[in-house]
Design a protein around this ligand. Structure first.
Ligand code: AMP
Ligand code: MG
Length: 489
């Protein structure tokens, strides 16, 4: 019996009517071989920890086992504010769903597998550079505790793929609890396929939100859930300095998981107006625009749900979004600052230092990490990040006074050692800086994947010390500051 037969694989999406997708075989790349394999994720799914040729042939499309059933999903979406009816999996295929040892079900999706009916002018391919970026960042996001799709591994090849120049063709194996996007609903709404719209909503409820089926209006309950999860995801991005870059509605998962990593960037120096996507001329998806764009996207989804739910009810949910996001952000940022409970003056305290950081473009990650070391290290390490030492020193005095008032749930004072220890569990030492990604990509393009494996192993434990990899924790060198990327991938 092959291991495929021992796995729990299903195809619930492929059982939906033909209007939901197109059945299509992947087009294999030349000399396809493993670039990386996520052993721990594989183990949790009952897949081999070391990938072999059987797995390679299955995922690359050379020899697909009967257990997998590739389909391209149809969806649409608003891209940079403009509705595009012609989207769908243009270079990706859903292979089926796999259930892990805890009973959680994940879609298995390959990205870069060749043309589909939804490819439009595209070649259906993904380049090694962008595949590595998605692989690293989804794993880094997961390790930080952010909601995200995962990556089981990726394959590289000898196939040239043409972007601004010839690059290497690659394929990512993406795992996600869903690949259903806001754009799936928009497609059925704008084409007037209201039976399909209802069926899609019924399936989303059945698969992901069974709790709401008892609700008076289950569709409204579903929209509440999606709104809540989206607010939580974007709050996480804002608290951890993550800019997504292409928040089109076709890149928004209905489970509020960071989805479709393209020209993303973690902030280096704190710059609220940071635009990581070179093609985003208006700054529509700038870092500080993300919360508002989340609302815009939810409004687009609400519009698509109007055949199922009364408008005023949808609007009421949308009205709650800002407060949901603020609550989540406040919880996360408070944890990062090590502020227990909610006390008068807390938001001003955080706001003041973020303002100074923005003015001086102080490294966002290093600041929080240094603040978490105040039990051992001197405050000079924090002040040293700024040029205006006087202002920071006075802020630190205020901060210390506030921390002295920290009490836990039992009313007991929290000593600095415990506070800092907890802060180190939520303030990463290591994040995926764009310049680090670029360095491992450069090596991989020369055939050396070991820097990538090293960086991935550090990013999987971002809160721990890794003395041999101290250099990964440094602020970027001059050439790597505020790197922006194009959409081309
Ligand atoms: P993205 O900007 O990556 O979210 O992609 C937007 C849409 O374009 C999606 O429907 C993708 O499937 C499709 N797409 C992106 N790149 C390609 C490509 N190289 N070939 C075909 N379709 C693509
Ligand atoms: Mg996309």
């Amino acid at each position: 019996m092959s291991f495929w037969q021992q796995l729990k694989i299903s195809h619930r999406y492929a059982q939906l009517p033909a209007s939901f997708y197109t059945k299509i075989q992947p087009d294999p790349l030349t000399q396809c071989r493993w670039g990386s394999w996520n052993s721990s994720l594989a183990r949790s799914l009952g897949l081999p920890e070391t990938p072999d040729d059987t797995l390679l042939h299955a995922f690359s499309g050379v020899d697909i086992p009967p257990q997998l059933n590739p389909i391209a999903m149809k969806y649409a979406g608003h891209q940079f504010g403009v509705y595009n009816p012609d989207l769908g999996d243009g270079r990706g295929l859903l292979l089926g769903e796999i259930t892990d040892q805890q009973g959680r079900c994940f879609d298995m999706h390959i990205k870069g597998s060749g043309r589909t009916p939804y490819s439009r002018m595209g070649d259906g391919r993904a380049v090694l550079r962008s595949t590595i970026r998605e692989y690293l960042c989804s794993e880094a996001m997961h390790a930080l505790g952010g909601p995200t799709t995962r990556a089981l591994g990726f394959m590289t090849s000898d196939s040239p793929v043409f972007r601004e120049s010839a690059e290497t063709g690659a394929m990512l194996i993406r795992l996600a609890e869903t690949h259903i996007r806001f754009g799936h609903f928009e497609h059925f709404f704008y084409t007037g396929q209201l039976g399909e719209l209802r069926l899609l909503a019924d399936k989303v409820i059945e698969w992901y939100f069974p709790q709401v089926s008892a609700h008076d209006n289950a569709y409204l309950g579903m929209f509440e859930k999606i709104t809540f999860l989206t607010a939580e995801m974007i709050a996480f991005w804002q608290a951890y300095g993550f800019a997504h870059g292409v928040m089109n509605t076709d890149n928004m998962s209905v489970l509020g998981q960071t989805f479709d990593y393209g020209p993303f960037g973690f902030l280096d120096g704190y710059d609220p107006h940071f635009i990581c996507n070179h093609s985003d001329y208006q700054g529509r998806y700038a870092f500080d625009m993300q919360p508002g764009i989340g609302l815009w996207n939810l409004t687009a989804l609400a519009q698509a749900l109007t055949p199922l739910v009364e408008k005023p009810a949808l609007e009421q949910v949308l009205d709650n979004y800002e407060s949901l996001l603020n609550q989540a952000y406040s919880r996360l940022i408070r944890r990062r600052f090590g502020l227990y409970g909610q006390q008068d003056g807390d938001s001003e305290l955080c706001h003041d230092i973020l303002g100074l950081m923005a003015a001086e473009k102080v490294d966002y990650t290093l600041f929080f990490r240094q603040l978490s070391l105040l039990d051992n290290a001197s405050a000079d390490e924090v002040t040293g990040l700024f040029s205006d030492h006087l202002v920071v020193t006075s802020w630190l005095e205020q901060y210390q006074r506030r921390c002295d008032k920290n009490v836990d749930e039992t009313g007991t004072a929290v000593p600095a050692v415990s506070r800092c220890e907890q802060m180190r569990q939520v303030n990463p030492k290591f994040i995926l800086r764009n310049y680090l990604a670029q360095q491992v990509i450069d090596a991989a393009e020369q055939g050396d994947f070991s820097p990538l494996h090293q960086l991935a192993s550090v990013l999987r434990e971002p809160f721990d010390e890794h003395p041999e990899y101290e250099h990964y924790a440094l602020a970027p060198p001059e050439w790597g500051k505020g790197m922006v990327l194009t959409c081309s991938s």
